[in-house]
Design a protein around this ligand. Sequence first.
Ligand code: HEM
Length: 134
Amino acid sequence: MNTPPTSATEQQIAELVRRFYERALANDSLRPIFDATVTDWDTHHRVVQDFWSRTLLDTNRYRGHPYPVHAQLPLQPEHFDIWLGLFRETAREVLPADAAAQAIARAEHMAESFKAGMFSFPPYPGPKLWKPAL
Ligand code: HEM
C-alpha cells in the first residue's frame, strides 16, 4: 500500500525498530513468540525496517507478505493489543507527528485485518461433516 511520504528519516525508522524491539522483548507475552521464531535478529530488524520505510517513505524496499507470516505464529487477539500499545508509545516518542500518526494508523489497520483473518471463524470442522447437496 503506497501513501504519500512522511517527514520521517531512515535514521528515525531504524530507531523506531530498535526501541520497539527493546520493549517487545521485555514483555512477558510477546518475548516467547519472538524467541521461538526469530533466529537472525539483524535480518529481522532489516526486514521490519524495510517494511516501515516502504510505509512511511514510499520506498520499495519491502516486498514481503506479512499476513501469511503472522497466520503461522501462535498468536491470540491480546498479543495484537499488547503489540499495538508498545508500538504507539514508541512511534510517538521517536517519529515526527505526521509519521507517527501514519505508522500507528497502518499498524492498527493491519492488526484489525490480521485479527479478522485469524480469529473470526471457528476451525473448519472437516470433510466428514459436509453433506453434498442432492
Ligand atoms: C499489526 C501489527 C504488526 C505489524 C505491523 C507487524 C509487522 C511485521 C513485519 C513487517 C514482519 C516481517 C514479515 C516478513 O518476514 O516479511 C513481521 C514479522 C514477525 N512478527 Fe510481526 N507485526 C505485527 C504484529 C505482531 C505480533 C502481535 C507479534 C507477536 C509477537 C508479531 C511477531 C512477529 C514475528 C515473530 C515475526 C517474524 C516471523 C518470521 O521470521 O518467521 N508480530 N511483523
